[in-house]
Ligand binder design. Sequence first.
Ligand code: DOR
Ligand code: ZN
Length: 454
Amino acid sequence: MTAPLTPDLVVTGGTVVSHDGRRRQDVAVADGRVIAVGDDLAMDGVPTVDAAGLLVLPGLVDVHVHLREPGMTEKEDFASGTSAAAAGGVTTVVDMPNTKPPVATAERYQQKLDLVRNKAYVDFGLYGMLDHDNADEIAGMAELGAMGFKLFMGQTTGDNRCPNDAAIFRGLEAAADADLVVGVHAENDHLLRMFGDRLQAEGRRDPRAHLEGRPAFVEVEAITRIITMATEAKTKLHIHHLSTAAGLQRVMDMRAQGHRVSIEALVSHLFLDESAYDTYGNLIKLNPPIRPAADVAALWAGIDRGDVDVVATDHAPHTVTEQAETDVWKAYGGFIGVETMLPLMLTAAAQGRLTVEDIVRLCSYTPARRWSMADKGRIAPGFDADLVLVDPGAEVVLDQAGLHSKHNVTPYHGWELTGSVVATYLRGQLVYEKGEVVGAPAGRQVKPVREGMR
Ligand code: DOR
Ligand code: ZN
């Protein structure tokens, strides 16, 4: 053991919430890391932050954002998207590769890193893409620090080709060799295109047609196929935005048979149901779609039982003009969310639907562990001092004008929320306080600690 460091910051008097409990404690920070958690850590001459009456959470880890660089910066970019993250108490994002061009080769991965590395206000991991026929690029992307690989089994923004099963399997094997997670968008592309064409031919243009064109079994089929293949290839598999009761049941059945897979529910799939099409139209078009209330209830029940591992946002910005499109087939899927995740989840906690410990587990601790982010997801000595100060009782009417994305249009505008982010610290540095993102962009690339590296 080296001699204990003198702290350069102490957060005093807050209630520190972890994935498995809470205690009123001080947090001492030096050189960006937590060095102690305990009583009476304040010291003469060391700056303190008074967190009395507040909760202190480990920074959230959102494993599903689309910050749109390169190629779609009219929608969002790393500076705006990570500003929104900082304001939402999210100190690590994992960015998706469905950009223009897609991040499907080591060369493109390096280009993306060079492009974004000095623009981020929070730490970031970058996914590569498991594309058609790019299995021999997987190792190269892994060497550059890829967080994992995104597999789009169903078409979405970017309109990337969906790999066939042979290409998928080769990619799964390569990812397993690299000891990295494959995160999947599980929808059967052929089926959803066929249903979409059929509805279009019938003259449907309304927002709800999107839901009808992507029935639950389209998800169930893709889930079943990918879990089957990933088990065979010995790949760490994560299912992004699982959205149906039937899909969740299939995962549970396959887990009971010994398959191992982690699953994610989106904030949007937890807080919006089918009735939202009447209120918000195509703004809430999302792939997979916003579902009937029974599916929403099943996801909450899955959270309750501990079967859902991760909650994330699928922060998927489009321009204000694009979001106003009235023809469902021309509208894009997705909308912003990284800044509103924590306030919405805190509101659910205030209503007794889950605990703040659950939020920490679902949105910070488990994602950090699953993606092998050794320094994230806990407030404990040695971990990065990513801290979120939260006022759990603050009553706020959400105003989209105050958000930090490039295009601030959200279905949650005007919602009455309980709980707000007071301040966010990234590795001990203040990055957000009371409505403002502060300081220069100091976010770093987070790389997974893979087997054999430690
Ligand atoms: O609706 C969606 N939009 N779902 C996705 O999976 C991707 C996202 C996007 O990139 O716009
Ligand atoms: Zn997504």
